[in-house]
Ligand binder design. Structure first.
Ligand SMILES: Cc1cc2nc3c(=O)[nH]c(=O)nc-3n(C[C@H](O)[C@H](O)[C@H](O)COP(=O)(O)OP(=O)(O)OC[C@H]3O[C@@H](n4cnc5c(N)ncnc54)[C@H](O)[C@@H]3O)c2cc1C
Length: 383
């Protein structure tokens, strides 16, 4: 049993860290967060380093990497900014979904563009009345000659408003069928007439941003349907495992960065003539934070390994997602306590972790939904 990334993956992480240190300086991160500005320079860094190419097969211009490479990179990006990881991860897991389910023409057209940074991708599944219950979506697509006509509304579409973005949009194509048999997946340019975007004012993850999407009589060519009609639910589920392993790796990186920040502060800050880390109450808090992050990371690596050998990773992945997100929330909450008043001011990064972490037990499936999934895998039927 090997708990280490291999030499190549360690070098890859090192090059990601170097690029992020150069481009995503603390001031740059604070500015994009404060102003809600998309970090195009960082995204270009991902492209230039071949991080998008990495996971695609060579025949589409990729580098033939694997899930463990994806996880190593995602963890490293999350360490700098969980928000920025959204930009990278969305392009990769939606692109992989297209690779697995799209037509040959779609793959030849979109994947090289994704790899060279000409386009990026986002996902629009959630609607105002269809959150955890995604199958309850109302957005619908009707075939009219050679075009699909789409109407509806999406919400929380992360990165949807970025430049040159292609939205992977799920819509009902059979209103009478069960949701598992009546949803399809479409590729929609975010500048298509009939589509309007509104950026939401959020507590965290402000740079990549998350959007409301209003769709009124939007027409797209019929070739924009991915795979077969009414197979969207299946495609969505296959893509979700990739999304979850990426987000979970990012939570682990971000949670570790939070613990590191708190440890450094506890060693430097003196009160009553001692570093505050010498007080048992603070040291134990830090020990618990590190233990939880480490345990979550082990689960995440196990889930990634299961995926890499082609096993169904649903149960391990749900446990990993649950534990890593809650470890990040707790690390940021306790980290703020450890930093006292300084944790509460915008000049220090703990407040950013506090805000960003709060989305992690909600997005990509809430903690309650992860517990439901785990319980179902145990033969229970929670309502
Ligand atoms: C920052 C951010 C980014 C996001 N990015 C995207 C994106 O890019 N694309 C996209 O499509 N969506 C995205 N989402 C949406 C996200 O997937 C949903 O917010 C999530 O699925 C929960 O849906 P909801 O917010 O409507 O909450 P609801 O589903 O209304 O849930 C409210 C509460 O009820 C609980 N609950 C609901 N059903 C059950 C149940 N059966 N058992 C127990 N508890 C239950 C939930 O756990 C939660 O605590 C994003 C969300 C956030 C916050």
């Amino acid at each position: 049993m090997d708990f280490e990334f291999n030499e190549e993956q360690r070098m890859l992480r090192e090059s990601v860290r170097r690029m992020l240190n150069d481009v995503a300086t603390p001031e740059y991160i604070r500015e994009t967060d404060r102003e809600g500005r998309y970090p195009y320079e960082v995204y270009q860094g991902f492209v230039d380093l071949g991080l998008i190419a990495m996971v695609f097969p060579e025949e589409y211009g990729g580098l033939g990497g694997n899930i463990m490479d994806f996880v190593a990179v995602s963890e490293e990006i999350g360490r700098t900014s969980y928000d920025y990881l959204g930009g990278y991860g969305l392009s990769v897991f939606n692109g992989l979904n297209l690779l697995h389910n799209g037509s040959e023409e779609q793959k030849q057209y979109y994947i090289p563009k994704l790899i060279n940074g000409e386009i990026r991708m986002s996902i629009s599944m959630t609607e105002p009345d269809a959150g955890s219950d995604a199958g309850a979506m109302h957005t619908n697509a009707v075939l009219d000659g050679d075009e699909w006509v789409i109407n509806g509304q999406k919400v929380f579409s992360t990165g949807a408003g970025a430049r040159d973005n292609v939205i992977c949009l799920y819509a009902k194509t059979d209103l009478n069928a069960d949701y598992k048999k009546g949803i399809s997946l479409f590729l929609v340019d975010n500048t298509t007439p009939g589509l309007n975007l509104r950026k939401l004012d959020t507590l965290g993850r402000r740079a990549i941003g998350t959007y409301e999407v209003f769709i009124e009589n939007m027409r797209i060519p019929k070739e924009r349907l991915v795979g077969e009609v009414n197979k969207g639910w299946k495609y969505m589920l296959s893509g979700l495992q990739l999304e979850r392993v990426m987000t979970t790796a990012g939570y682990c990186g971000a949670a570790q960065a939070t613990v590191d920040l708190a440890v450094q502060y506890a060693k430097e800050r003196k009160q009553f003539g001692h570093p505050i880390g010498d007080f048992q109450s603070i040291a134990h808090m830090l020990a618990d934070m590190q233990t939880q992050v480490e345990a979550a990371r082990m689960l995440m690596l196990k889930a990634a390994w299961e995926m890499s050998v082609g096993r169904d990773a649903l149960k391990t992945l749900s446990m990993a997602k649950l534990m890593a997100s809650e470890a990040y929330v707790k690390a940021a909450n306790d980290g703020m306590q450890i930093m006292g008043g300084y944790g509460y001011i915008m000049e220090f990064d703990m407040q950013r972790h506090f805000r960003e972490s709060r989305s992690t037990t909600i997005a990509a499936g809430t903690s309650q939904m992860q517990r439901n999934l785990i319980a179902r895998q145990m033969g229970l039927n929670p309502r």
